[in-house]
Design a protein around this ligand. Structure first.
Ligand SMILES: NC(=O)c1ccc[n+]([C@@H]2O[C@H](COP(=O)([O-])OP(=O)(O)OC[C@H]3O[C@@H](n4cnc5c(N)ncnc54)[C@H](O)[C@@H]3O)[C@@H](O)[C@H]2O)c1
Length: 248
C-alpha cells in the first residue's frame, strides 16, 4: 500500500504538548514521520514527551511573545521552519456562573485560549506564506458551539477560536497550499477534567450519545488527517469529534 498520510520531512509545533491531547498529537505526528517541537509551559512535561517521540522540548507560555519567539528560534535551528502548527494549549479556567466570576477569571482564559492561539499563528504564518505551504489546526471545543453552563469564559473562548480559524483560513487562500482548520472535541479523558467540578463533567458526558469520554488518541488521529498533505481542499472548517453530541 502507498504511504498515505506520511509526514516525513515535515516540522510540527504542538502547543500544550506536555500531556493529554497534546501529548497524543505529538506521539502520533512523530510516528507518522514528523519532527516535533513540544511546546509547553511545564518544561518537565515537555521534556518527557519530547524524549518519548524523538522531538525537542520547548518550554514557554503561549501568551508570551518572547517565549514563542525563543521556541521558534530553537525549532528552526534544530529542525527547520514549522510546516505544521497545532494550537492545542488551553485551560478551562474557574467554573462558575456569570455572577460568580470576575473580570480576571475571564481575562485568564481568553489570554491562553484565544490570544495564545493568535500569537502562535502570527509567529508562524509569515514563514508558511513565504514557503507557500502550511497546515494549522486549532483545538476548539464543543463548548464553543453549544456553550456549557458554568464555563462561560471557556465556551466563549472556544467560539472565538472557531471564528478566528475561519477568518485566517480565508486570509490565507491564494498564498499557496496553506490550510487552517479547527476541531471541537466533546469530553476527552485527560488531566484537564481534574480541575472541573464532577457535576460539570457529568453534565458533559450525559450529553454524549455514545455515553463515554473520548480518548486523546482519537483526537490525534483527526489532527493527523488535517495536517497531512492529503487534506489540501479543506480549510476554515470546524471538525466535530464528540461521540455524536454535535448535530451540526
Ligand atoms: N479534555 C477535554 O475534554 C477537552 C475537550 C474539548 C477541548 N479540549 C481542548 O483540548 C486542548 C488540550 O486539552 P487537554 O485536555 O489535553 O488539557 P490538559 O490540561 O491535560 O493539557 C494541557 C497542556 O497545555 C499546557 N498549557 C496550558 N496553558 C499553557 C500556556 N499558557 N502555554 C503553554 N502551555 C500551556 C499545560 O501545561 C498542559 O500540558 C485544550 O485546548 C482544551 O481546551 C479538551
Amino acid at each position: 500500500m502507498a504511504d498515505f498520510f506520511r509526514l516525513d520531512g515535515k516540522v510540527a509545533l504542538v502547543t500544550g504538548g506536555g500531556q493529554g491531547i497534546g501529548e497524543a498529537i505529538c506521539r502520533r505526528l512523530a510516528a507518522a514521520g514528523a519532527r516535533v517541537g513540544v511546546f509547553d509551559r511545564d518544561a518537565a512535561k515537555a521534556q518527557r514527551v519530547a524524549l518519548a517521540c524523538g522531538g525537542i522540548a520547548l518550554a514557554g507560555d503561549v501568551t508570551c511573545e518572547a517565549d514563542i519567539d525563543a521556541a521558534l528560534h530553537d525549532i528552526q535551528d534544530q529542525f527547520g521552519a514549522v510546516d505544521l502548527l497545532v494550537n492545542n494549549a488551553g485551560i478551562t479556567g474557574k467554573a462558575g456562573k456569570l455572577w460568580e466570576l470576575t473580570r480576571q477569571d475571564w481575562e485568564t482564559v481568553l489570554a491562553v485560549n484565544v490570544l495564545g492561539t493568535v500569537l502562535c499563528c502570527q509567529a508562524v504564518v509569515p514563514s508558511m506564506r513565504s514557503r507557500g505551504y502550511g497546515r494549522i489546526v486549532n483545538i476548539a471545543s464543543i463548548a464553543g458551539k453549544e456553550g456549557n453552563p458554568t464555563l462561560g469564559p471557556y465556551s466563549a473562548s472556544k467560539a472565538a477560536v472557531i471564528a478566528f480559524t475561519k477568518s485566517l483560513a480565508k486570509e490565507l487562500v491564494g498564498h499557496g497550499d496553506i490550510t487552517v482548520n479547527s476541531i471541537s472535541p466533546a469530553v476527552i479523558h485527560t488531566p484537564i477534567l481534574d480541575g472541573l467540578p464532577p457535576a460539570t463533567v457529568e453534565y458533559m458526558v450525559a450529553r454524549i450519545p455514545m455515553g463515554r469520554t473520548g480518548k486523546p488518541e482519537e483526537v490525534a488521529a483527526l489532527v493527523h488527517y488535517l495536517v497531512s498533505a492529503e487534506a489540501s481542499f479543506t480549510t476554515g472548517q470546524c471538525y466535530d469529534i464528540s461521540g455524536g453530541r454535535a448535530t451540526y
